[in-house]
Write a protein that binds this ligand. Structure first.
Ligand SMILES: Cc1cc2nc3c(=O)[nH]c(=O)nc-3n(C[C@H](O)[C@H](O)[C@H](O)COP(=O)(O)OP(=O)(O)OC[C@H]3O[C@@H](n4cnc5c(N)ncnc54)[C@H](O)[C@@H]3O)c2cc1C
Length: 437
């Protein structure tokens, strides 16, 4: 870095919003505000060069239609599109090990097709997309570079933060002073800003861990997302884009999210690739042909439910996993975070247009009222789904199988569930509706 550039980075900055946390949620939020003409500084303690590497995060995210619409408006979607695989069909089944039929589903199952939600099935759009998290991060970082109003400081450590009625002051470890009207914490589940504000969070450990990997398979997935409920937890294979092997031949791929009892995880993670693939095959069946591990990597994430008792404090708002963390059973965690982004950005932009102080309590209360209900509804839904399906009690098995079969036979009920999963229900922020801020 040139001397002048280094000096400019340590000079004091007076901006409208300081975002702490440059993950998928924090960066999308910072982009939204900068696009709307606000001056923003975003700080992350990790090096963004790491975010671009495959090894950093093995997960892929199911991006709901509403989230996609917001990402389109913000100019982020084109950067992710090459890595986005459309979901055309979702198959949910309930089973035990060894009960899978050739088609990969037990006798009782639920099936959603993109035509089920459209008035005109011929004009049906995908139900959502599966995108690798590294691709989402890369698209955000590339957009950040193009926005003059957005200054990303990373890797950078926050040395001190003071929030008062009059404003926010943050000192970075390199000496830079940043003043802002509002601090937005997007610093993830273990949010230091949430803790520093004395905001308590309810946390329930599921005793489960999610094993994540990219799986190669010999048959194409045809855009089908599979979720198979096993007694120890859901086992999902989600369609990804094909990728070339060393000889340039396209390989069919899906993203695995396999929830297991935590005590079984060390043994599963210690298996060699061939034995691990054999365990996958035993659970999934052969509908996608021969399964193998792509890239030779596996990741594991302990699963718990987390919800902050409030999302706001003096000149502070929490968004994304800093406010709530849910079970990945429905692939909705990031989608909730992106709805926080859209709602908070709208509250801020509306207040600014009226000439109001964007960090005022009334602005933050509007955001909190807007988002808490939606987040709580999804927290309750994912928690109940996980409890209902992650067990092998015969009466519960019967109940849920009848439930799946019933929903499958009632088209309006199916449409209701699908529109919820696609993030198209409720009091939607403008960005989620595909409108600009
Ligand atoms: C197995 C699994 C599968 C999932 N699948 C899906 C899915 O299909 N669809 C979906 O919608 N969601 C899914 N999720 C949830 C989703 O991954 C999370 O909700 C999402 O990553 C949260 O993003 P975030 O930006 O809020 O937090 P994080 O990704 O945790 O980012 C926080 C950022 O803050 C930074 N940070 C932390 N502390 C500090 C500090 N003190 N100073 C500066 N910076 C700091 C970190 O470096 C990081 O960059 C899944 C989760 C799991 C575990």
């Amino acid at each position: 870095m040139a001397q002048g550039e280094a000096a400019s980075k340590t000079a004091a900055r007076d901006v409208e919003v300081l975002v702490v946390g440059g993950g998928m949620v924090g960066l999308t939020f910072a982009v939204a505000l900068a696009e709307a003409g606000l001056e923003v500084v975003a700080v992350d303690h990790q090096d963004p060069a790491l975010f671009r590497e495959e090894a950093f995060d093995g997960r892929s995210s199911a991006i709901a239609r509403g989230s996609q619409q917001a990402l389109e408006v913000l100019g982020l979607w084109p950067g992710m599109l090459p890595a986005a695989a459309p979901i055309l069909d979702i198959r949910i089944s309930d089973g035990r090990l060894g009960t899978l039929r050739r088609g990969g589903a037990s006798a009782l199952h639920l099936h959603f097709a993109s035509g089920d939600v459209a008035a005109d099935p011929a004009a049906a759009r995908p139900l959502g997309h599966i995108v690798e998290n590294t691709a989402i991060r890369r698209a955000c970082l590339d957009r950040v570079r193009a926005l003059k109003a957005l200054d990303l400081r990373a890797p950078a450590q926050l040395a001190e933060v003071t929030r008062r009625q009059g404003g926010v002051e943050a000192r970075l470890a390199d000496g830079a002073l940043i003043k802002a009207r509002l601090l937005v914490a997007a610093d993830g589940r273990r949010s230091a800003q949430r803790e520093a504000a004395g905001i308590k969070a309810m946390e329930i450990d599921y005793g489960q861990t999610g094993i994540v990997a990219t799986v190669a398979h010999s048959r194409p997935h045809h855009g089908v997302a599979h979720e198979h409920f096993l007694p120890s937890g859901p086992f999902a294979l989600l369609p990804m884009t094909d990728a070339p092997d060393e000889s340039g031949k396209p390989v069919h791929r899906s993203s695995l999210v396999w929830t297991e009892k935590r005590r079984l995880i060390p043994a599963m993670m210690a298996l060699d690739d061939a034995a691990f693939a054999a365990e996958l095959q035993r659970r999934f069946g052969d509908s996608l042909g021969r399964l193998s591990l792509w890239g030779g990597r596996r990741w594991s994430y302990p699963l718990s439910l987390l919800h902050a008792e409030r999302y706001i404090d003096t000149r502070l708002a929490l968004i994304g996993d800093a406010a709530h963390g849910i079970h990945p059973i429905a692939g909705q965690g990031l989608n909730l975070g992106l709805r926080d982004v859209a709602a908070l950005a709208e509250c801020i932009v509306d207040a600014r247009r009226l000439g109001l102080d964007i960090g005022d309590a009334t602005v933050l209360e509007r955001y909190q009222r807007w988002r808490r209900f939606d987040n709580m509804a999804l927290i309750a839904a994912t928690d109940s789904l996980n409890r209902l399906f992650s067990n092998d009690l015969p009466p519960l098995r019967l109940l849920r199988d009848l439930g799946l079969a019933a929903v499958d036979r009632v088209p309006p009920l199916k449409r209701f569930f699908m529109r919820h999963a696609m993030g198209l229900v409720g009091d939607l922020p403008r960005l989620v509706k595909g409108e600009s801020l």
